[in-house]
Design a protein around this ligand. Structure first.
Ligand code: SD4
Length: 319
């Protein structure tokens, strides 16, 4: 086919290295790189380059200043998925997610025990904090002294300001949240038409420690059914995961919608209940036709397929 192999993802750029790495891995391999390989390569490229601080180590510190990672990977042929949530001290979350897919019959491992699994599988354990993430966390503490994501907390003016006392501090207001919206979710179509998808993120800044976002949730962070198509998401995961927008979008394709319409429908469902939600989803059918939809911000996605010499970035206005 003219458009295959094909790679599309939520990382619009200027950073197109993830799209390029995944695409070229497929394109140059004469078929020996699988769609799943390409997804892992694309996500890992973002993890290593920290994709603007929102993917991989050294980004989105939680209230305790720690970076934790969420990732999933899904094979559109077998419908197997593997994921890690709140992964600590391991850099390559997408690869650990793939190890869950390939070396277990489970779909999701969490927290320190996901770390233990990663270490057993040969991943290095290392500190994910960087000077930049520490600085982001300490300046947040110094500036607001308020928990970002906690609500309905009794005010206690005498409470001291610090990471371990947030429940005693003034109630957080939703409009003070500082979510970042640059998770990588990537879908790849192999030359032979097989598909895979995956997501990697360090989640939301200043989150309550232990918080897991939409990234590692099948049907939310991403979803793929090789008979139909795939979807990748980014945005306010706490809300998005309630709607499984990627599952919705792929089912919309199955019922005959074009990718653009499928994406818009999935975003509108979220917006109808949460008008303020920030979201962005990208949808591709099995032939490489694609579309995107967003709410709350101008979303960009990137794709490269067939004989394209470079990645193209598409900008999507909110629905
Ligand atoms: C999350 N969806 O954990 C992620 C955040 C995100 O760009 O998209 N950041 O909620």
């Amino acid at each position: 086919s003219k458009v295959l192999p094909f790679v599309i993802n939520t990382w619009g750029g200027p950073f197109t290295a993830a799209t390029d790495a995944a695409f070229l891995a497929l394109y140059r391999s004469n078929g020996s790189t699988s769609a799943l390989d390409a997804v892992e390569i694309g996500c890992t490229t973002c993890e290593d380059n920290q994709c603007d601080g929102s993917v991989g180590f050294g980004g989105s510190p939680d209230e305790n200043c720690e970076t934790t990672l969420d990732a999933m990977i899904m094979d559109g042929t077998t419908m197997k998925s593997g994921a890690v949530a709140a992964l600590r001290r391991v850099k390559h979350a997408a690869s650990v997610a793939r190890a869950v897919l390939e070396h277990t019959t489970h779909s999701l491992l969490a927290g320190d025990l996901a770390t233990a699994f990663a270490v057993q599988n040969g991943f290095a354990e290392e500190d994910l904090t960087t000077p930049a993430s520490l600085d982001k966390c300490t300046s947040w503490r110094a500036a607001s002294c308020q928990p970002n994501y906690r609500v309905n907390v009794s005010p206690d003016p005498s409470a001291s300001c610090g990471p371990y006392a947030p429940l005693r501090q003034l109630a957080a207001r939703l409009d003070t949240r500082q979510a970042s919206h640059d998770t990588i979710s990537l879908i790849a179509i192999h030359q032979d038409g097989s598909m895979a998808a995956g997501t990697s993120t360090n989640g939301a800044s200043h989150k309550v420690p232990g918080r897991v976002g939409d990234g590692p949730i099948t049907g939310s962070g991403s979803y793929v059914d090789g008979d139909v198509g795939g979807c990748g998401a980014t945005g306010d995961g706490d809300i998005m995961m309630r709607f499984l927008p990627c599952y919705q979008a792929v089912e919309n394709l199955r019922r005959g919608m074009a990718p653009q319409e499928a994406a818009e429908d999935a975003v509108r469902r979220m917006v109808s209940k949460y008008p303020e939600v920030s979201s962005g989803i990208v949808v591709v059918d099995k032939d490489g036709n694609h579309g995107g939809a967003a709410s709350g911000w101008t979303f960009t996605y990137a794709y490269r397929g067939g004989c394209m010499k470079e990645t193209v970035v598409v900008s999507v206005e909110p629905v």
